[in-house]
Design a protein around this ligand. Structure first.
Ligand code: ADP
Ligand code: AMP
Length: 216
C-alpha cells in the first residue's frame, strides 16, 4: 500500500493517518511532523523550516523533497507507506513519481479529503496536538479522554504555533494556489479517491477503507 493523503490543512489527514497506519501496518510519513521534530530539537533544518512555517508559507521544495527521498529509502518503507502533507506542490509530486520510479515502484492511491474553508478554520483554531506522538485532538469535536493529555502516549497536548487565525488564513491561501492543483494532477493519473471529510471521524475512516478496497 503506497498512499498519499491529500487535503487542505485541518481536513483530518493526521487524524485518519493514525487509523490507516494501524490497519495496514505501514509507516506514517508526515513532513509537518518531521519539521516540528527538528524545530523542537533546534537542528539547522528546524531553524530554516520555522522561518517559513511561522508565516504559513511552504518550506522550499528542494529541502522538503530531499527529506522525503531519504525517508522513502529506509527499510520500513519497502512494503508501503502513508505520506501525509507531501506532496504539496506539482514539483514535489513530480519528484515523488521520479523517486518511486527509481525504486521500481509507484503510488497505489491518493486520498483527497475535502472540507470547506469555514469548517477548516474552526478545526484548526481548536486543535490540540501531541508533540511526542503527533496525535491530533480538538477541544470540541474530538476531545481527549483527559483534558490536556494525549490518549495514546499520555504526553501533554499543546496548541501549534501556526494554528492561530492569521497563519491559518495564509495556509489556506497557499493551499488554494499551490496544493489544490494536485487534485486534478492525480485525477488525470487515475489515482484520486475522493472522500467527503465533513462527517464523523469514524465515518470518514469507513469511507477511506472502502476507497482502498477494504472493510473498516
Ligand atoms: P490535518 O492533519 O489535515 O491538518 P488534523 O487531522 O490535525 O488535520 O485535524 C484537524 C482538526 O480537526 C483536529 O483538531 C481534529 O481533531 C479535527 N478533526 C479531524 N477530523 C474531524 C472530523 N471528521 N470532524 C470534526 N473534527 C475533525
Ligand atoms: P502540516 O503539519 O502538514 O500542517 O504542516 C505544517 C507546515 O509545515 C506547513 O504549513 C508548511 O509550512 C510545512 N510543510 C509541511 N509539509 C510540507 C511540504 N510538503 N512542503 C512544504 N512545506 C511543508
Amino acid at each position: 500500500m503506497r498512499i498519499v493523503l491529500l487535503g487542505p490543512p485541518g481536513s483530518g489527514k493526521g487524524t485518519q493517518a493514525k487509523f490507516i497506519i494501524d490497519k495496514f501496518g505501514i509507516p506514517h510519513i508526515s513532513t509537518g511532523d518531521i519539521f516540528r521534530k527538528n524545530i523542537k530539537e533546534g537542528t539547522p533544518l528546524g531553524v530554516e523550516a520555522k522561518s517559513y512555517i511561522d508565516k504559513g508559507q511552504l518550506v522550499p521544495d528542494e529541502l522538503t523533497i530531499a527529506i522525503v527521498e531519504d525517508r522513502l529509502k529506509e527499510d520500513d518503507c519497502k512494503n508501503g507507506f502513508m505520506l501525509d502533507g507531501f506532496p504539496r506542490t506539482v514539483a514535489q509530486a513530480e519528484a515523488l513519481t521520479k523517486a518511486l520510479e527509481s525504486m521500481n515502484t509507484s503510488l497505489d492511491h491518493v486520498i483527497n479529503i475535502a472540507v470547506a474553508d469555514k469548517a477548516l478554520v474552526d478545526r484548526l483554531t481548536g486543535r490540540r496536538v501531541c508533540l511526542s506522538c503527533g496525535a491530533s485532538f480538538h477541544m470540541v469535536f474530538n476531545p481527549p479522554k483527559k483534558e490536556g493529555i494525549c490518549d495514546y502516549c499520555s504526553a501533554e497536548l499543546v496548541q501549534r504555533a501556526d494554528d492561530n487565525i492569521d497563519t491559518v488564513s495564509s495556509r489556506l491561501e497557499v493551499y488554494g494556489t499551490q496544493t489544490k492543483p494536485l487534485i486534478e494532477y492525480y485525477e488525470i493519473k487515475g489515482l484520486l479517491r475522493a472522500i467527503e471529510g465533513e462527517k464523523d471521524i469514524d465515518k470518514v475512516f469507513e469511507d477511506i477503507c472502502k476507497a482502498l478496497g477494504s472493510d473498516k
